[in-house]
Design a protein around this ligand. Sequence first.
Ligand SMILES: *Cc1c(COP(=O)(O)O)cnc(C)c1O
Length: 477
Amino acid sequence: MANLAPQRALPSVDRVLQALAPFELPRPMVVRIIRDHLAALRHAPEEPVPAFEALVGDLRRRLVAVADTRLQAVINGTGILAHTNLGRAPLGTTNLNALRSMLEGYSNLEFALSDGRRGSRGAYLEFGLSTLCHAEAATVVNNCAAALVLLLHHFVATSHKREVVISRGELIQIGGGFRIPEILESSGATLREIGTTNRTSVDDYRQGVTSDTALILRVHHSNFFMEGFVDRPTDAEIAGIARSAGIPFIVDLGSGALVDIASISGLHPEPLPGEVLEAGADLVCFSGDKLLGGPQAGIIAGRRASIDALKADPLFRALRCDKLVFAALQTALDAYLHAASRRDAGPPTAIPLVQLMTRTVDDLAARAARLRSRWGARAPELEVHPCQSQIGGGVSPRSLLPSVALRTKPRDGDLDGLLHRLRQHRPPLIGRAAEGYCWIDLRTVFPEQEEQVLEALASAFQSSAGEVSPTTGCGPA
Ligand SMILES: *Cc1c(COP(=O)(O)O)cnc(C)c1O
């Protein structure tokens, strides 16, 4: 066979480039994709050389696959408010306008306007945070995972003791591959597990603390819940044991609610940093982009001496945030601080995540009905249907918000194909599949995106499976 095989007559890069134009990817990326593809064909002599049209089709799909990975705005129709894969908390126009004015040019990031010398990075932010957390002091690092690593590394290294006492009910996994026991061990700590999965007592803590204990860690059950034969001591009880042993008691709160979210119907209460510190925890850490509704950040609050020591740790420098984060977090915290100045202090309505949480079913139903009537008699039918939104981001899985969705069944029964075509629309529309329907939960769709939702649905129903649109370079994989 081999000697009968034709010469590998592959087209030139230029010829393929011409056939693919216009493309949305920058030309150097397109050229690289073509070169790599042709090289792979050249090095696979056992594979038949595809016809030119098929080759161009394969490459077009590759271009789309790469363009899909470009960071871009999407419409969240999943009803998951702080969807980790969709960037968690949306920042909103007000926050972005503030960001723009702070970052368009230079800023006083580390410059003291009072005396013209070097200033302290994030001083206002830290003061605001400590005020909101009723803490002596606070600071910020990259994310809550980084905060936890810093805390463990610092206290284990400086105490010259190795053990971290933690309940077996809190050796949990958060998101993809972030496991508390592994974080503990990678920080140089030795795990001292106490109690059982469902029950840990005050005595377990008392007996678990030895002369080699560096600290007691508690990790909030943020992304799951236990019911039934369960028991655990209060924060105050654990704090008492830590105090008499002269070691820090640290609480990883994860979800990071700064106000009581249970005032919003459907939401379960989450522990507040201020309450946990008041109960006697020395330090707490939590995320900036979960319930707080800000940018990705890890906040640490508590005793001033500990915060100062953490900030002097060389690891802190490696985990510090960029000015973009400072600016976005400062704007979010200002919203909390202004809301707390009002007498009826509830969650701040200037935070987009809070706006999403507090949308009423009546409002959502009215929006759905308007969209339904604009869709009209087009096939397939768009139904208005009740559904439930979730917070997501590994926060409060029991909290469900009653909501309203548009749902539709693809004519050909190909639900995956429909969801894929919606994702290939620009901007991409991310729906949810359940019960044979595609659901677009309106709670996470912004009113100004409604037109685009109708356009995405209309174009997803128009383009049939297998078709690749040459203008957008988009089509089913
Ligand atoms: C989410 C979470 C983390 C990690 O927070 P990131 O900000 O995503 O790094 C840590 N601990 C708990 C308990 C969490 O819920």
